[in-house]
Design a protein around this ligand. Structure first.
Ligand SMILES: O=C(O)c1ccc[n+]([C@@H]2O[C@H](COP(=O)([O-])O)[C@@H](O)[C@H]2O)c1
Ligand SMILES: Cc1cc2nc[nH]c2cc1C
Length: 352
């Protein structure tokens, strides 16, 4: 059995009984029933995933994967391709938005080079798992081979499993890749059946001319490669990216290890959709952190059946929305652990 098949076979449905027990415990605390709204839902979801009605506040890590995209040569981004590698070095030095927000959330940042165009200088803060020097331009054929996509997904599953083994109990995911909103849009068009012009957005801030080009590139990518919407690996290989495949792997590995995964914006959402096509039970392990400005993200959220926690007009990527949402996830577990019950505090309950 391949490593990936073995990982997927370990994914279990979250334990609904634990969620119910946690809800009863929350109902015994000094507040009108359900008055902490979605914080209560979060605590219940995490109880079900962790398999305990009293999960401890988590140890957090955000896996940020970067890679380049052959399709960038079509002129679909507002920024040059070398920014991908330069930003990975910025992550390594601790100076990017994700570093600031992860520090605020108390989360470790794990930076992974999945295949930027030009190899980076070796630094201890970047894990190097290069599948190649960027994907191939998917308007001319598949972005990668079946072997490459499996290798990329398995990088992610391994990293997730290793982090959980080392004590991490809440994972976040983030992406970096010039051109990757084009790849993510193509994936979302494949998985949802929506037309390219409804899925594509402005990414890093392209003008109307580049936007038209982007829509055409997405259409051609799908027409040339004919990705199978029922086969997550096929779609990822044909129009995805190394970092998107790797992040789908982090989700699969996290779910197989019994930890929740906080998903960032549009690109991570496309990775999450791919993960659910590879193993449908992963859906119960996902927490959508925020609603991205990228228009296609709404389709992703609908397809995942999740409601985002935040709506802050973010469109940066890197895992920034995931880092912000981790504060809420953690807060829900502090409520569960530390809030007094009606009985303990001597406060009268409604009797309901
Ligand atoms: O996460 C999002 O929703 C998001 C929305 C728009 C852009 N981005 C980031 O911008 C980069 C891709 O934009 P583009 O225009 O080069 O396709 C990539 O590094 C993403 O992390 C991210
Ligand atoms: C500077 C820069 C930082 C980013 N972080 C994620 N995507 C990005 C794209 C650019 C262009």
């Amino acid at each position: 059995m391949s490593k990936l098949v073995a990982t997927c076979s370990r994914i279990r449905e979250p334990n609904r009984r634990m969620a119910e027990e946690t809800q009863r415990f929350l109902d015994s605390k000094t507040k009108p029933r359900r008055s902490l709204g979605r914080l209560e839902d979060l605590a219940c979801q995490i109880s079900a995933i962790r398999g305990t009605s009293e999960p401890e506040p988590p140890r957090k890590a955000i896996v940020v994967m970067g890679a380049d995209h052959g399709v960038a040569e079509e002129g679909v981004s507002a920024y040059p391709q070398e920014v991908t590698g330069q930003m990975l070095l910025n992550f390594a030095r601790g100076g990017a938005a994700i570093n600031v927000l992860a520090r605020h959330a108390g989360a470790q940042v794990v930076v992974v080079d999945m295949g930027v165009k030009v190899p980076l200088p070796a630094v201890p803060e970047i894990r190097v798992h290069r599948i190649g020097p960027g994907t191939r331009n998917f308007t001319k054929g598949p972005a990668m081979t079946r072997e490459e996509v499996v290798a990329a997904v398995e990088v992610g599953t391994r990293i997730a499993e290793e982090l959980v083994r080392d004590g991490v109990s809440l994972l976040g995911i983030g992406d970096m890749g010039i051109g990757n909103t084009t790849a993510a849009s193509a994936l979302v068009a494949v998985f949802t059946g929506a037309p390219a012009e409804e899925v594509a957005g402005r990414g890093t801030g392209i003008d109307d001319v580049a936007f038209k080009r982007k829509v055409d590139v997405i259409r051609r990518g799908i027409a040339v490669n004919y990705p199978d919407p029922q086969d997550g690996l096929d779609a990822l290989a044909k129009v995805g990216g190394f970092e998107i495949a790797g992040l789908a792997g982090v989700i699969l590995g996290g779910a197989a290890s019994g930890v929740p995964i906080v998903v960032d914006g549009f690109i991570c959402g496309a990775a999450a959709l791919a993960a659910t096509r590879i193993a449908s039970l992963t859906a119960g392990y996902l927490i959508s952190s925020h609603r991205s400005v990228e228009v296609g993200h709404q389709l992703v959220l609908q397809a995942l059946g999740t409601k985002p926690l935040l709506d802050l007009d973010l469109r940066l990527g890197e895992g920034t929305g995931a880092a912000l949402a981790m504060n809420l996830v953690e807060a829900s577990l502090y409520i569960l652990r530390d809030m007094a019950t009606f009985t303990a505090a001597g406060v009268s309950d409604s009797g309901a």
